[in-house]
Design a binder for this molecule. Structure first.
Ligand code: SF4
Length: 330
């Protein structure tokens, strides 16, 4: 099997996800975008909302990114923004910083010329209704032209009925990726309407979609990307990279790449008095004063309990001040 270069870096968790807009010209029933992002013209680097190329570079540095996947929404609706962000990445990290871009449009000559030298790999998402006649679609015309201009070119689609119609497109592509169909908050009604069910209670995978891909998967340059892989390898490896660069000495890094620490909100005494106590009891590396509270090695919270009264809890979150996964009161 030939994996796209973007996928190889993704396996290492080394790709930053650059979400350039939640706007899209299409309204696919299976669209996995969250309601927080769908239709909103906002930019995110990984899970962090950003407003400048500098903020993006900081996020990429925090994870020692070797590449970036540009996604949306529809990135080509804001192609100037895409060019600006990709130019900043190539300038900062060098031309070897690998960039792939998803689009549900067939890029025009002008689009391709704008992105040449900035994007290395194009991943086209032709709508399901044009799969049956894919060779006569604009997507194959774009694929041929993109190849001539030096892009790596592939198709990336969700697992839906009719995938085998895409077999004639393979000679024009470097790869074809099939994403396992995923259940989400915004497409749940569409899933139920079509009689789909979740495969298990752990992942978001929809039951029975792999068989639609069977014919296509007999070809060498076709790759199946499972929902479990996205959760348990791609995301976890990316979080671990960020945690390696950003965790404080007292943060515990879990096998999932999240960080765990304790919080003390003192009832009595000033923060300075409490930090003095922490320093004496635990040593300099085991705590940090953070405004009106103290963050501390989670295992030390109970020890402090007898001497420092207050609200105490343990936080598990994505590294580098990412989303909070769990708060456990003590
Ligand atoms: S093209 Fe992509 S972002 Fe746009 S509606 Fe379809 S799945 Fe959602």
């Amino acid at each position: 099997m030939t994996l796209a270069k973007g996928c190889i870096l993704c396996y290492q968790g080394a790709k930053m996800v650059l979400f350039v807009t939640g706007r899209c010209h299409r309204s696919c029933w299976y669209c996995p975008l969250s309601s927080e992002r769908k239709g909103k013209d906002a930019v995110y680097a990984n899970e962090r909302r950003i407003e400048s190329t500098d903020q993006m570079i900081r996020e990429a540095e925090a994870m020692s990114a070797l590449g970036t996947g540009v996604t949306g929404g529809e990135p080509l609706l804001c192609i100037d923004r895409v060019a600006t962000y990709c130019r900043a990445l190539k300038k900062h990290f060098g031309k070897d910083h690998h960039i792939h871009l998803y689009t549900a449009k067939a890029p025009s000559e002008e689009d391709l010329l704008t992105l040449r030298g900035l994007v290395d790999e194009m991943r086209l998402h032709p709508p399901q209704e044009c799969w049956e006649d894919i060779l006569n679609s604009d997507f194959i015309r774009s694929a041929k032209r993109a190849k001539e201009l030096g892009f790596d070119i592939g198709i990336e689609v969700p697992a839906l009925p009719g995938l085998s119609h895409l077999i004639p497109a393979l000679p024009y592509l470097d790869f074809l990726n099939i994403n396992e169909l995923e259940w989400g908050e915004t497409n749940a009604d569409g899933m139920r309407l079509r009689g789909f069910e979740l495969a298990d209670g752990v992942h978001n995978a929809v039951q029975g979609t792999r068989e639609w891909a069977d014919e296509l998967l007999k070809n060498d340059n076709v790759h199946w990307c499972s929902s479990a892989f996205k959760d348990s390898v791609q995301l976890r490896e990316r979080l671990k990279r960020i945690a390696r660069n950003t965790a404080r000495p007292f943060d515990e890094v879990t096998d999932d790449g999240t960080v765990v620490y304790g919080v003390l909100e003192p009832d009595t005494g000033t923060i300075a008095e409490c930090t003095n106590h922490c320093r004496d009891e635990l040593g300099e590396d085991c705590y940090a004063a953070c405004g009106d509270h103290i963050e501390v090695a989670w295992w030390a919270l109970e020890e402090l309990g007898d001497h420092l009264a207050g609200k105490k809890y343990v936080i598990e979150r994505y590294p580098n001040w990412g989303i909070i996964v769990e708060v456990t009161p003590l």
